[in-house]
Design a protein around this ligand. Sequence first.
Ligand SMILES: *[C@@H]1O[C@H](CO)[C@@H](O)[C@H](O)[C@H]1NC(C)=O
Ligand SMILES: *[C@@H]1O[C@H](CO)[C@@H](O)[C@H](O)[C@H]1NC(C)=O
Ligand SMILES: *[C@@H]1O[C@H](CO)[C@@H](O)[C@H](O)[C@H]1NC(C)=O
Length: 494
Amino acid sequence: MHSITKINYRYLLLSPRRWILRLLLISLAYFAFTRLMEIRMTSGTGMSLGNVLRLSKRVSTSSEGGRIKRDDWCTEAEYLDGEWLKRDEDVTLMRLREIYQYTNEGEFKCMARDLPRGSEPPEGNPDHYVRILETAQYEWKPKSGCRKHQWDAWNFAKFCLRSRGGCSLVGDSLADQIYRAVYYTMVTKHDSLFDINRSIDRVYNITVNRNHPLAPRLAREAGISEERFARPVLNYWREHHLLHRSELDGIFKGVWYYEPWVNGPTYFQNGWIHDRSWWYELWSDLLAKPIQLIERPDGSLPIEETSTISFNSAPHWTAIELWPSHSFRLVKNEDLLRGWIGAFTRVLEKVTAAAQEYDVLAWWRSTVPGHPECWQYLAPENNRTDHFSTQNPNADYFNWNLYPIMDQYASSRLGYNPSESNQYLRPTRFYMRYLDLWSISVKRPDAHLNPTIDCSHYCLPGVPQEWLGLVWHLTVSSARNQDYDEPSSLTKWH
Ligand SMILES: *[C@@H]1O[C@H](CO)[C@@H](O)[C@H](O)[C@H]1NC(C)=O
Ligand SMILES: *[C@@H]1O[C@H](CO)[C@@H](O)[C@H](O)[C@H]1NC(C)=O
Ligand SMILES: *[C@@H]1O[C@H](CO)[C@@H](O)[C@H](O)[C@H]1NC(C)=O
């Protein structure tokens, strides 16, 4: 053995030509392997050879400094390296809906910075959105000047309809803000192409109204049969902890002062914890039903898209919500975090199980910061990376100081590193990926809904549109079909 190694070593050293040849072979093999991985990650399972070839051709069209890029679309990394700047045009009340693509169903919300507590003006009242023309003037602009794939409800519907499960959101009132960003650009007050379905069971969805004159055209352009309209474009399951009672009991088992939810004391009911966690059950039902793709007007057959789902859970991991009042003072942050990590792990397990059978992609979205004492901020702060109050850095609201710890955990566990390609997501081990909304949001301490009492939610329209913008940009970048930047059929529909 020893002599062989020695010979090989000498051989390598003494024969520069072979040495170069070997290096060349190794790098070729490495290149082929990584390219294959990329294609696999972009395309999932149901991909024909023709599509793989087409994709690999597309991927290799241009290469710049080792990065694979196609024209000037932003990579994920470039997109995140941006700042909030004034929009090219002045935002007025007359132009607000058009600029943010809000239909007449969309509500404006952004209350005065110094509103007396308990005097919240009702929705629709101009005092309910008195600050909107301050906060809506800004737009997230990548510093490199790269282009974003523009949000468009029609193209979004095409994408979701081409997948079995559609697009899904699971989470709390901050997920609700993303849901509203979608809903307010899709659903109109009268004769809407899209229907909104609200439910007392915290199951919400957006479906296509089959009787609308544009519905057949949407089916044709998406290349789907109209039967697909029986299932939602978008699902939104409102679940604060992403788990049901017995799962919560399971993850807190090791905490000595924890009192189980199942058969627990009745005074322990605060209305936030539920017997049932719907998302996995309902999502699995949808995934199990195949869809039928048909030729588009230009004769091409669309490719089935991945069913996507997005999760977040953080604000409701507080002692007050999870513990009875006589013992919540005992609760330590480590114990809350232990429970939260348990929830994250359960979600990852379920996503992984779904991915064994179906073509799915999940996003674990980062937290979005609450900014303590947010009444003090009058404009975006592009140099900001933390949520702490400028005037009083020790101000500590709810569990907001845990957010960066949770994000750090999720991003490192999922191997997050923003992609430097504008055509595929970085390959990772998991079918759940980390989505960074923190960097964009932390620079907007000025844009919270009601600074006297609510420095957690954001004014609408505004920051949540940019959250949606990033998700949509990444969706289009990594999509299998190439028609999501086509002009919308919805331009004159408000
Ligand atoms: C959604 O709501 C519309 C009208 O509100 C209704 O016609 C439609 O059947 C509902 N769809 C589902 C899937 O419940
Ligand atoms: C869509 O929402 C309606 C109303 O909540 C509900 O009855 C229906 O089951 C939902 N559809 C799905 C597939 O979840
Ligand atoms: C960050 O920007 C704000 C104004 O936007 C400024 O007051 C502050 O001094 C800046 N901080 C640093 C560290 O540059």
